[in-house]
Design a binder for this molecule. Structure first.
Ligand code: 5AD
Ligand code: SF4
Length: 480
């Protein structure tokens, strides 16, 4: 029974306890409430807008949140002048937090003009107590706050907000629950992220992720393969398997299946053409995985392998559990097995106590490995992490090192990325190029971008493209 005339208390007592049935119950009630609001306001549609900060995990979460909002009956709009605005936040570095506070002020202005507007915040930043306290105190106009463990509950939270008419705050400290089978809405029809695990157990000393995303939990391999099968049947040709540390997939499960074994199973899904995954931790990358990647025709020729620092001394304080030598050996092994593979990485500059010598070691690893690209970050102090108690180094020194690293990374990248010039490569056409009419933009197996003339009907297809000219980080090509 789900009668819209039930009181809030009656509705709560009738809601099923098991998931996802409970959420479908609240989705239905929200649908009715939205219809009533439409009637009373005379508005034809209630719109929503999701702004996603941070990593691919958040992007995937946003697709799930979008699925729920659309099931309720909200209609997507690309501006923040919407009736439901949701910020899916990131807190990995402090500047991400500052951006959210800045934009909240702007949202408040919009809300004053639209009495129906609801503002919701979720994601990693909300898992920090001090953030929630600040919002409760200084940003009273926010309607709903939830975290990373309960995104599946969005319909229930909206229901509560509409009924209770006060700020709804629901943050879970941790969970071992994984709720399957809620509606999701993909951003691209032909590619999708697939979560294989949640959380992280590594506690790198600079990183806040284990505190906000909780302990490692792996999904059942059967559920993952089934999801991939359904995606492929629905036209998806490329998937990205997502986890904070995919190489330790399954280790926390009752019947462990290794990541290599999971890849092999997914490889057999018919219709699927490309498999990507991220992120790999060098300490857990097994020979079995290298073998599985080498054997597979679908696993892309790309590996993102965060280095963080090239100094064994710094790596130790970072709690990364590998040395510079082990990292270099691993890279050697991977390159020997797959000579064409493209390697990318993450590097942090200015970790507490980093000396010029340490930094030179990082530059040295960058020169030895010759990454296709590297994401370079200035160390950002995160409250609650072990590194937050270590003495920081001068910002001028950090900035100078950052600039030198970036110059080195870009120089190498331009040399390495051009290696396929004048060859024909398989490219997944992904979108119409915004800057030049008639051009499509796609990606090679090794993740390099290619622009080429083509009809939009090719989007979602893998086509042969001749790489006419390397532009450093991307190619200009023509259909072969
Ligand atoms: N400061 C700077 N960079 C960080 N990262 C994680 N935590 C921090 C921090 N406190 C970087 C790491 C990681 C990437 C996702 O973000 O390089 O691999
Ligand atoms: Fe953070 Fe390290 Fe876990 Fe990556 S592996 S999420 S850097 S703690």
């Amino acid at each position: 029974m789900n009668d819209i005339n039930m009181t809030y208390e009656e509705a709560l007592s009738h809601a099923p306890n098991e998931e996802p049935a409970r959420q479908y119950f609240f989705i239905e009630r929200c649908q009715d409430m939205l219809e009533k609001l439409k009637e009373s306001s005379g508005k034809e549609a209630f719109t929503f807008h999701i702004a996603t900060f941070g990593c691919q995990m958040n992007s995937r979460d946003s697709e799930k949140l979008q699925g729920i909002l659309e099931a309720i009956g909200f209609v997507e709009t690309d501006t923040e002048e919407a009736d439901f605005v949701l910020y899916n936040t990131c807190t990995v570095r402090e500047n991400a937090n500052d951006r959210v506070y800045g934009r909240l002020g702007f949202l408040n202005g919009l809300k004053k003009k639209n009495p129906h507007m609801m503002i919701a915040l979720c994601g990693c930043m909300m898992q920090e107590e001090k953030v929630v306290a600040k919002i409760k105190k200084s940003y009273r106009f926010v309607d709903i706050i939830f975290g990373t463990h309960n995104i599946f509950k969005l319909a229930e939270l909206i229901h509560e907000r509409l009924e209770a008419k006060k700020m709804v705050v629901d943050i879970w400290e941790g969970t071992d629950r994984i709720v399957e089978d809620l509606p999701t809405e993909r951003k691209y029809p032909f590619k999708s992220g697939v979560n294989i695990m949640f959380g992280c157990n590594n506690f790198c000393s600079y990183c806040i992720v284990p505190y906000v995303r909780g302990r490692e939990r792996s999904r059942n391999p059967e559920d993952i393969v089934e999801e991939v099968r359904q995606l492929a049947a629905d036209g998806v040709v490329e998937i990205m398997l997502l986890g904070q540390n995919v190489n330790s997939y399954g280790t926390s499960s009752e019947n462990p299946v290794s990541f290599a074994e999971l890849l092999t199973r997914i490889d057999q899904v018919e219709g699927l053409e490309r498999i990507r995954f991220m992120t790999s931790h060098p300490k857990d990358l097994s020979d079995e995985l290298i073998e599985a990647m080498k054997k597979s025709k679908k696993v892309c020729s790309h590996l993102h392998l965060p280095l963080q620092s090239g100094s064994s001394r710094v790596l130790k304080i970072m709690n990364r559990k590998y040395t510079r030598e082990r990292y270099l050996e691993l890279v050697e092994k991977i390159k020997t097995a797959m000579p064409d593979i493209s390697l990318t990485t993450d590097i942090i500059v200015g970790f507490p106590g980093e000396t010029e010598e340490d930094f030179q070691e990082t530059l040295d690893v960058v020169r030895k490995v010759r990454f296709d690209s590297a994401f370079t970050f200035i160390y950002s102090k995160r409250t609650g992490t072990p590194a937050a108690d270590m003495e920081e180094i001068s910002p001028d020194v950090v900035k100078n090192r950052f600039d030198r690293l970036l110059a080195e990374v870009q120089k190498i990248s331009a040399e390495v990325c051009g290696r396929d010039e004048h060859t024909v490569q398989k490219v997944l056409a992904e979108e119409v190029n915004d800057y030049e009419k008639g051009l499509l933009t796609g990606r090679m197996s090794n993740n390099t971008t290619v622009h080429f003339k083509g009809d939009p009907s090719l989007i979602g297809k893998i086509v042969d493209v001749h790489l006419d000219e390397s532009k450093g980080f991307y190619y200009m090509g023509t259909l072969a």
